[in-house]
Design a protein around this ligand. Sequence first.
Ligand code: AMP
Length: 414
Amino acid sequence: MASKYQAPRGTFDVLPEAARSRARLERTAAEILTRAGYEPIATPMFEDTELFERGVGRSTDIVRKEMFTFEDKGGRSLTLRPEGTASVCRAYLEHGMHKLAQPVKLSYLGPFFRHERPQAGRYRQFHQLGVECIGTDSPLADVEVIMLLSDLLAELGVPGIELRLGSLGSLQARHDYLDALKAHLHAHEAELSSDVRERIDVNPLRAFDADDEGTRAVMESAPTIVERLEGEDAEHFAEVRALLDAAGVAYAVDSTLVRGLDYYTRTIFSFVCDRLGAQSEVGGGGRYDGLIEQLGGPPTAAIGWAAGIERILLALDEEAPGAGRDAFVAVAEAEQRQRAMVLVSELRHAGISAELDLAGRALKGQLKQADRIGARRVLILEADGGAQLRDMDSGEQRPVDPGNLVDEMTGGER
Ligand code: AMP
């Protein structure tokens, strides 16, 4: 029966089958990140609106159009977090982590919120897994974080992945480049789409993302930042590439790579999957050497990435099979139910996954239910106090000692 209510536009329920795939992803990620020394951090689901305005950037699409912003009862402007880095940096400063040995390596996983037009792979509430390596400008850190995401995607078996790499240079170099890019766009204003034209001075980088022919033609001859890198920025980028080569990580330098957040400097990267449609990026990130200072902290170099859980799952296109159960405890007569409940509890305490019938089924129905949930063995408690053990694969059934059922199920190894 269809309910009168539905999940809000752009949101979804995670049903048990899909939850299993998520759990596998989360387990794999936790293993990989823990082995590399990235410790979990959790921050609130909402923050002061100004944190995102300053941290993500007022000119970005996220801040201009996509935030879920509301006023609380005290008249404060709050926003459901649209991304994780600004919050993690806020927490890093608030808890004095800049005084710890650097870098501080953190990871997070949770829901994020953007008021975007929903489509496959794009939701209003979605989940990101992310890492931040804060307090070092070493190219080793760039390569460490890039390899973590590349290892995770490989370990999960995500097909058709390509790593795109770019560099934006330092804040000053980026600033000078943006001036050059704006000049190029102004010189070709008439050929641009109205959307790009209106935002030349606000967000010229977005012109690289445009898909109308006029803008695309203008962008073919646009200056790129990678070709303009100089001095330490150029050296940093060369070092990152040399380290990736040494580690055997394949990548393609993409001089037109842009990301939707204002805070990036130097290295930026994006993992795209050719199995996904328009929303092909499974994860990406980069350096944000100026962000912590921007938020009121000391000058602090840092790098991180975020990956979309739903995008990874879409790319995998799988729902994990059920884990099955070790045992089902069935009763021949209703009077045995109490015994069954106690036994199931003992089995669970002994580390065995076990269930019993909760719906008042007759014995035949209980065996059917055991089969449905993938139970490997069924213990049948008989009316006379005896017990039978049935192997569900072979169908074999034998009497067992009713005084020793837990041992029987654990193989007596306890
Ligand atoms: P961003 O924070 O924009 O750099 O995005 C990082 C990753 O989060 C992307 O590569 C996507 O995998 C995922 N992502 C971003 N926005 C959405 C969205 N609206 N719905 C689902 N996934 C998203």
